[in-house]
Design a protein around this ligand. Structure first.
Ligand SMILES: [Zn+2]
Length: 424
């Protein structure tokens, strides 16, 4: 097996995920962080070790995108993530053949320079009606989408739960995704799964040491699913003004929230100028190309008139102020799907956490590193610390002063393997 080379990155600013080192170095050997210190590397360090000196640059833990869809197992999701400084993606619903394919690609160390690391919910707890079936049938409706949907579970009662969780584990699910979507943000009325069923799924997942992430987008649906015991939410609430009861429900469960604000803005067709700014930014266009850039300017708009970005932003403000962990996720689906792109939209989301929610840049960067690592139990990453994986991203400038600088990604290492190095 190839081992990743030893190297030192020095004369850099470091945000470890916990603290800022204004001028320091990181020593990496065999894919692992060996030393992180302020100051210069000791003069007696082995001179044969490669040294990368980058004054004016900032080193961060490789980002973790806590909500992606590697649609139909397209490895482009993992390729683009890495190019944008994201070393781990957390997929939120994928059919078993595609899970198998992407996990095999990531298991091969030879591929470390090509693909971001991949975790997945596998098949979400679909019931055969309501959401998300409506997306596949009414909005997508292609023969391939319908064929994929035929693989989904059809959880009808508590009696189906044990085999669903057992199959999920066999098929490689790293956590469980449930859905509680009344359809209100889309102006629809959809059949909801029973509270009894959701509770049974969560309990069985927890019995098997699996965390549960819930799709819900209204205050009412979110409180209901938190009361069932979910560990986290895959979206924020955008239907009405958020309430104290929402915050209390999060607090009672010590749950986290992945706001997906950029996706919400695309669904409600708000803040388009900002989306265009990202879509047309040369730092994005250079990587994704003109066609994808055009798609990033488009909207699905199916929340328009039924939901508001302001509600989603206000709910995240309240949760953050109350000390609820926020994790950054793009909800990107990728090529051919409008408005939200793999890799690129993660940076749009980060900027919204600062500009719309009002988070400090440090808090925003934590949502992209240490918070998702902690909340998803990824205990080997998300922080630059001795003994952790050398998942690192180097940026020209200082994202701690200006969050826009996360778009200035100049180098990415996954497990100490260099995947991208831009001299520009
Ligand atoms: Zn999603």
């Amino acid at each position: 097996m190839a081992t990743a080379p030893s190297f030192v990155i020095d004369n850099i600013r470091i945000f470890t995920g916990e603290e800022v080192i204004e001028n320091g170095y990181v020593y990496v050997s065999d894919g692992v962080i060996v030393e992180v210190r302020s100051g210069s590397i000791p003069s007696d360090t082995d001179s044969s070790i490669e040294r990368i000196s980058k004054p004016g640059h900032t080193l961060l833990p490789g980002f973790i995108d806590a909500h992606v869809h590697a649609w139909r197992g397209d490895e482009t999701a993992l390729v683009l993530a890495l190019k944008f400084g994201i070393t781990t993606v957390l997929d939120m619903h994928l059919e078993p053949p595609y899970v198998k394919k992407l996990k095999a690609l990531c298991a091969d160390k030879q591929n470390d320079s090509l693909y971001a690391d991949f975790f997945t919910a596998g098949l979400g707890a679909a019931t055969g009606e309501g959401y998300p079936e409506i997306i596949m049938t009414d909005w997508i409706g292609t023969p391939s989408a319908l064929a994929d949907m035929a693989l989904w579970p059809k959880l009808k009662s508590v009696a189906d739960v044990k085999s669903y969780i057992r199959d999920s584990i066999t098929q490689g699910s790293d956590y469980i995704k449930i859905f509680h979507e009344s359809g209100k943000p889309m102006g629809m009325e959809l059949k909801l799964p029973s509270i009894e069923l959701l509770t049974a799924i969560i309990e069985e997942a927890h019995t098997n040491n699996l965390k549960v992430v819930a799709h819900a987008q209204t205050v009412e649906d979110t409180i209901a699913v938190l009361n069932c015991g979910t560990n986290g939410l895959a979206h924020s609430c955008c239907d009405v003004k958020p309430t104290e009861a929402l915050v209390k429900a999060y607090q009672r469960r010590n749950a986290w929230c992945c706001p997906t604000l950029a996706a919400t803005a695309m669904f409600t067709e708000e803040e388009r100028e900002k989306a265009f700014k990202y879509a047309k930014d040369p730092r994005i266009v250079d990587i994704v190309g003109e066609e994808e850039s055009k798609r990033l300017c488009k909207c699905m708009s199916h929340f328009k008139g039924h939901a508001e970005l302001k509600h989603a932003v206000d709910s995240v403000k309240m949760l953050h102020a109350a000390g609820i962990d926020i994790v950054c996720g793009s909800d990107s689906v990728g090529s051919g799907k409008l408005g939200i792109g793999w890799g690129s939209s993660f940076h749009h989301e980060l900027s919204m956490l600062v500009d719309n929610v009002g988070m400090s840049t440090i808090d925003a960067l934590k949502t992209a590193t240490i918070n998702p690592a902690k909340r998803f139990g990824l205990s080997d990453r998300g922080i630059i610390k001795t003994g952790y994986r050398a998942d690192l991203a180097l940026f020209d400038g200082n994202p701690l002063e200006n969050i826009d600088h996360t778009m200035n990604c100049k180098a990415v290492w996954k497990s100490g393997t260099l995947s991208m190095y831009s001299k520009k």
